[in-house]
Design a protein. Structure first.
Lengths: 338, 338
DNA sequence: TTTGACTTCTAAAACGTTTTAGAATATAGT
DNA sequence: ACTATATTCTAAAACGTTTTAGAAGTCAAA
């Protein structure tokens, strides 16, 4: 049976509030009583009941992360895993719980509302933002604290941490053009995600900047998996005029693309250049190693969490918007076109 | 401001308990009142306050997963990610929270105790079991519900879900010996983990079964990362009498080993055979594709969660111990030795 | 018309904490 | 010696829910 304030109060012969205030170190308790109470509490192994405390304080001391049901397998994505580890590290350190759950798309917003109304969390972390994101609109409407990892297409007056994907992919295009490539292909995740859309913009901007023209068939939109990357790359490589460089918009896609190229008997880095995005651990180890954009996934997770915790604790309305530029890491999957 | 039972009670002109019992559907409330109360509650958007409910019920309706601090980056391991997704899916479906936190090794047991005494969770999921696991011993001593993913070395009278790693690796050895290999090397994670230890046993048992002798230098113990796999493989390949087959005890290690072999100018699957364990998505996409043992990571996560939820809800003491055999998937990283 | 049995509801207590308002005692100032 | 002021404590209320015990009312049977 758990030890309660009442147990301690009985033992020390004081009232429950006295014990409560003694443990909290209030100065209307004499040092003598305070020390005695604290000693007894420690000896009895007292740990406050969380729910009683939260009921009274009307604070959940918890952060919610509701995973879109359709994204259940996202956990196998190393980038997401690292992001999550950063979030957990930071929330843990702040003594807050991280409540992770999953919701099917059709009930997603209801789940958010239930968390809010049931006062289960003090704030949310939103991942995989859409260009028009119903979750963000909902939370903003209810003035409920949240930080998103990623922006919307516009109307971004809320706290977020994001990459500069547009800028990043432009660096990649610069790199490829510098090497001499003029026919570039692109493999993207669904464009309803801001992240994907923005990276594609970077691709198009890059082409325009260098006076290269874009043909529809050079952009293949698919999902985030390696398998899809392979299939998409095959489509690009089998075009009448195949690109000499393929800009895959994440590393898993890029690795799939490398596989596809090798299936077609091409030497990656010589016959065809392939790039990724995120710099997951694997990128360095793939064969050939992958030219990609490095992102500090773990740190981004801590930033998101930190941002939200600040917002919750300070009740401050000041906006914190962080955009991190990825850094180009040139490895062996890119080279001068033959 | 959140809607409470009192708000509803005022509105319908009944007492708070009546409203509470009407919403819960007790039959000492007239159908008329029940329907009316439920309608009003819905209209007002009532959602029960979680903490009040939990305080009263003395149940947390939550499952704890305390990640060893040293394992923070585990999230980047795709296998762990999938396991986690299974756990989340199942706990979510059961209406329970999953409370994930991190604890440094020196304070780990204290964190467990605080969760227990503070009644924050109804049970724990233990991951990465040690051969002697202090966490398991602690929980068992306090008769607190838990399910572990993995066993201890012995004394396993508790609920767990585990792989049959020993058996699995024996299959791998059989496969390699069938191909004609007689000099086998092995790359393992630290042996204090039961998982690693057990897989190594499988390796040794396999050798013995086939009358092959084992030399110490053919076993390299390192950590779980690709980088380590590469370094370990280099050590094996640079031996005076290098093995013709390397049994890496997880896929990341195996992929590192493949890289090492390629650095030494060896063609994997011909000059040297390499195997993994887990069959992460990447295994199929690596070059060459990896012969490995498949494990249903996501399903294992659901099993662990299901097991714990049963235990919590039924208060039953019946033991549930599940051991799953991995299945050998032969791909292109293994072949007849030259 | 009284008893007994149902049906439907409510008052009170409980879960364990914190906050507020104020009581009791001690200390100092005149 | 009496008032004013600190100091140290406690009683009561509050957070929102559920459970327990029992009250009030209705109805049928005797």
């Amino acid at each position: 049976m758990a030890v309660t304030l009442k147990n301690i109060a009985d033992k020390v012969g004081k009232s429950v509030p006295t014990v409560s205030r003694a443990l909290a170190g209030f100065d209307d308790i004499s040092p003598k009583t305070r020390d005695y109470v604290q000693a007894v509490a420690k000896e009895m192994g007292y740990v406050p009941n969380n729910f009683a405390r939260k009921l009274q304080s009307q604070k959940a001391d918890a952060v919610g992360l509701i995973l879109p049901g359709s994204e259940n397998l996202r956990f196998s994505d190393p980038f997401f895993g690292l992001l999550l580890s950063g979030i957990i590290e930071r929330t843990s350190a702040a003594g807050m719980d991280l409540s992770i759950s999953a919701a099917n798309d059709d009930e997603e917003l209801d789940v958010y509302m239930e968390h809010i109304k049931g006062q289960r969390v003090d704030g949310f972390i939103i991942v995989r933002t859409h260009r028009k994101d119903k979750r963000i609109e909902l939370l903003r409407k209810h003035k409920f604290p949240f930080v998103s990892f990623g922006r919307m297409e516009d109307d971004n007056n809320f706290n977020f941490v994001d990459e500069d994907g547009n800028w990043g992919i432009e660096q990649v295009v610069d790199h490829l053009v510098d090497l001499g490539h003029t026919k570039l292909g692109c493999i993207a995740e669904p464009l309803l995600y801001t992240k994907s859309f923005s990276r594609v913009q970077g691709f198009l901007n890059g082409l325009k900047k260098h006076g290269l023209k874009f043909a529809d068939e050079n952009l293949v939109v698919t999902n985030y998996r390696q398998r899809s990357g392979r299939e998409a790359a095959l489509r690009l490589l089998d075009l009448p005029q195949p690109p000499t460089a393929i800009v895959a918009l994440n590393d898993l896609l890029a690795i799939g693309a490398i596989q596809a190229a090798q299936e077609r008997g091409l030497k990656v880095g010589r016959d065809v250049s392939i790039t990724g995005f995120d710099d997951i651990v694997l990128a360095e180890m793939s064969n050939p190693s992958l030219t990609t954009l490095h992102q500090p996934a773990h740190e981004m997770g801590t930033l998101v969490a930190e941002n939200l915790i600040q917002q919750i604790k300070n009740q401050s309305i000041e906006q914190s918007q962080i955009v991190l530029k990825p850094t180009l890491v040139v490895r062996n999957s890119t080279g001068t076109p033959v």
